[in-house]
Write a protein that binds this ligand. Sequence first.
Ligand code: FAD
Length: 571
Amino acid sequence: MAYVNSNEFAANTFDAIVIGSGISGGWAAKELCGKGLKTLVLERGKDVVHLKDYPTATKNPWDFPHRGQMPLVVQQENPIVERCYAFGEASEHFFVKDKEHPYVQDKPFDWIRGYQVGGKSLLWARQTQRWSKFDFEGPARDGFAVDWPIRYDDLAPWYTYVEQFAGISGNHDGLETLPDGDFLPPWEMNVVEKEIRKRIMAHYKDRDVVIGRCAHLTKPKEIHLQQGRGQCQARSLCERGCPFGGYFSSNSSTLPWAAKTGKLTLRPDSVVHSIIYDEKKQKAVGVRVIDAHTNKAIEYFARIIFVNAAALNSNLILLNSTSNRFPNGLGNDNGLLGKYVAFHNYRGSMSASFEGPMDSYYYGRRPTAVMMPNFRNVYKQETDFLRGYMTFYTATRPRWRHTADGQQIGAEYKDAIAEPGSWNIYMMMQGETIPKESNFVQLSKDAKDKWGIPQLRISVDYDDNDEKLLKDFLVQGTEMLDKAGCKNIVTRDSKQAPGLDIHEVGGIRMGHDPKTSLLNKWNQLHNCPNVFVTDGACMTSTSTQNPSLTFMALTARAANYAADALKKGEV
Ligand SMILES: Cc1cc2nc3c(=O)[nH]c(=O)nc-3n(C[C@H](O)[C@H](O)[C@H](O)COP(=O)(O)OP(=O)(O)OC[C@H]3O[C@@H](n4cnc5c(N)ncnc54)[C@H](O)[C@@H]3O)c2cc1C
C-alpha cells in the first residue's frame, strides 16, 4: 500500500476484520478468534465492559431523579427513540439520541439504534425462535423476493450450536411451524394463560400455543458458567445490562469469549467509513475508519471482512464503498443494493379482561410471553394476503403498580398495592412483510453526518398486503379471545411507522443468482467473495419469528466457512 508506511501497515493488518460488535458481530468475533484468526472488531460507539459499564443495573426506582420516566424535554428532543418502549431513564445511555445521528426519512421510519460495544444486544427483548422450513420455502412458493439459497436443514445444526452457547429457554413442543431447539428449562405460563391456551387449542385445530423461547439462563450449564454468567433472576431490568449475565448479550458472552483466545483486538470509537477494494487484486483489502473523537482517518487491512453493523448501517457502508470497479457500492453490479428491505408489522394489538381465579397469582417477572406460531397460509395459500403473523399474549394482574385511576401516591395507593387486581389480557401481532424493490435505502446526496459520511435516506412503507394481514389479525385475535372467554375486548391499530419493530432486514439479500441477489449461500458477496454480510441485511425474507437467533446461526455458519476457506486459500 502506497499510503501507509510499512510499520503502520503491519500494525494495522489482521487476518479478519469484523465491523460492528452487536449480536451478529459478537458471534463473528467469537468464531473467527476461535478458529485462530487474528481478528479486529471495529465498533463506532463507546466501550461497554460487562459489569463495569452498567451504571443503572442495581439502582432502585427511587434512585432515579424521575423514577425511571424520561423528562418531557428529553421526550420532545427525541420524538423517534422516545417511541421505543425500552427507552427510559435507566437505559437511555444505550440508545442513540435523535439529534446525534440524523438520517433522512423519505417516508416515516423510526430507526432505533444502539451505538456501543454490544450494540443492541444490551437492549433487545431476547425472544428467540427458530425459523421453520415454511419460512425458507416461502419466497419460492409464493413468488416474492428471490428463493433463499439455503433451507432449514442447512441452518438447523447452527441453530443448535448458537443455542447451546447463548442459552435459550423453551419447551419441546414438537411443532412443524416452530422447530424445537436445544433448550434450557422453559418459563411457565400462569393459570389464566394456561386456561386461554386450553380454550383456544380446543376450538382451533390449526393453532398452537407455547411458552415463549428466550435467551435467558433458566438453569445455566457448564458452558454458561465458563462464560462467567449465572441464572436469570427474573428482575426484568435487562435493558440496563445484567450483572448476572442472566441473558445473552455480546458483552457478557461472545466478546469476552473471543478475548480469551488472545486473538481479539477490539477498537471502540471507530466509525467505519467504507471498505477498501483493490482493483489489481480484485478483492477487498481493508476498511477505512474515522476515529469518532479525533476525526482522524485510519486504514486497517485484512484478508476477510465481516460486515455486522446491523441491517441498515451495513447497507450504508456498502453503498459508501465505491471504487472504479464498483461505482454504485461494493458488490452492486445489479443495482439491487439497498433494495428489498423488510420489517415486522407490529401495528395490531388488543386488550381484554378475564374473569379468572382471584385466588391465583404468579411470582417474579417472567422475561417472555405466550406465543402462537403463524397459522395463516402455512401449508397452502388460503387468504387474500400473502404470509401471516405470529401472535403473543400475556395475562397479568397489574393493579399493584397503581390505583384504579392511575394514582401512585397516598393512602389509596398503599391499599391498592396490597391487592393484585383483576386479570388483564394483552395480545399483539408480529406480521411478516413482503420485501419489495420499492422499500429501499440509499445515500443522501447532500446530507452528511459529523464524520463526513453521507446520511442514510430511508424509503420504507406498508402496503396493501400489510393492511389486509393487520385486519385479519384484529378479527382473528378478537375471535380467539372471545372463544377463550375474555370480555371487554378492545382492538388497536397503533399506526406506528416501520422501524419501531426494530427488526429491519434486507438490502443485501442472499440468493442463488448474482443477477438477482448480492450474497451467495455462505453470505459472501457474489462479486467480492472475501466480504461476508451476516447481519439482518442478508435476509431474503423476514418470516414471522424474531430475527436475532437466525442472525446468530447464519453468522456462526458463515464465519466457520470463511475461516476454513481462508486456510485453504479459497478467499
Ligand atoms: C428494544 C429492543 C427489543 C428487541 N427485541 C428483540 C427480540 O426480542 N428478539 C430479537 O430477535 N431481536 C430483538 N431486537 C432486535 C435485535 O436487537 C437486533 O436484531 C440485533 O441486535 C441485531 O444484531 P446486529 O449485530 O445486526 O446489530 P446490533 O446489535 O445493533 O450491532 C451493530 C453494531 O454495529 C455498530 N456499527 C454500526 N455502524 C457502524 C460503523 N459504520 N462502524 C463501526 N460500527 C458500526 C453499532 O454501533 C452496533 O454496535 C430488539 C431490539 C431492541 C432495541
